[in-house]
Design a protein around this ligand. Structure first.
Ligand code: HEC
Length: 209
């Protein structure tokens, strides 16, 4: 019994020692594993970093290409827009010029028409204001302003030189002028008129344009 107990104790002690030894070995192995593991992790980390850096590099390069493309597209579209605007502006300018030219032409036409009207009115005014009483009987053949060809035969007497008119009237009165075979008729018209009448008539007729 004593022997058994002793044997058991020795066996237990041996077993214990063995167990302890095993535990220590395991601990060493754990330590070794622990020592190796961080190395593997850091390598993984390094790999991941390298990969990330590679990705970042590629991404940056592609972003740069994209940006350049976008910039050149923007420049091209801006150029197109600018050209369009310039074309529109020049068309507007041409339209404005055309309309301005038209306006000027219309205004000019209107002005010259007005001027014509004013001139005619002024001529009428001069004629009506200064037509002497002695001219009243001449109107039937020569017209109110002396612009008619009397009986289809005479020259137009309006606007003739004053001295020429006086000479003509004096010649008819004297019976020495006969241009179209109607000198006798004119002699009858001016027979009763004085030099003062001739002067007034000639003054009036010479002023008509
Ligand atoms: C019935 C129509 C008639 C009347 C009215 C008349 N004339 Fe004449 N007149 C004539 C004819 C026709 C002649 C052309 C005479 C000729 O053969 O030379 C003429 C010629 C003239 C000429 C010369 C034109 C030229 O350069 O040869 C004058 C100037 C003139 N008349 C002034 C007058 C005056 C002024 C009156 C009014 C006082 C008047 N006549 C009235 C018909 C008329």
């Amino acid at each position: 019994m004593k022997y058994f107990t002793l044997t058991t104790l020795i066996a237990a002690a041996l077993l214990f020692t063995a167990c302890e030894e095993k535990t220590t070995q395991e601990k060493v192995e754990e330590k070794v594993t622990e020592a190796v593991a961080p190395k593997t992790d850091s390598e993984k980390a390094m790999d991941a970093l390298k990969e990330a850096a590679e990705h970042a590099k590629k991404a940056a390069a592609s972003a740069a290409v994209d940006a350049q493309k976008a910039a050149s597209e923007a420049v091209a579209s801006a150029k197109v827009e600018a050209e369009k605007m310039a074309a529109e502006a020049s068309q507007k300018a041409a339209e404005l010029q055309a309309s301005a030219t038209q306006s000027i032409e219309e205004a000019g036409k209107e002005l010259s028409e007005k001027a014509e009207t004013v001139k005619a009115a002024a001529t009428d005014a001069i004629a009506s204001i200064s037509a002497p009483a002695a001219y009243a009987k001449c109107k039937g053949c020569h017209g109110a302003e002396g612009k008619q060809v009397a009986l289809g035969k005479s020259a137009v007497i309006a606007g003739q030189d004053k001295a020429v008119l006086i000479a003509s009237l004096q010649a008819y009165k004297a019976g020495t002028k006969n241009e179209a075979g109607m000198g006798g008729l004119m002699k009858g018209q001016v027979a009763s008129l004085s030099d003062a009448d001739f002067e007034a008539i000639a003054e009036y007729l010479s002023q008509i344009k």
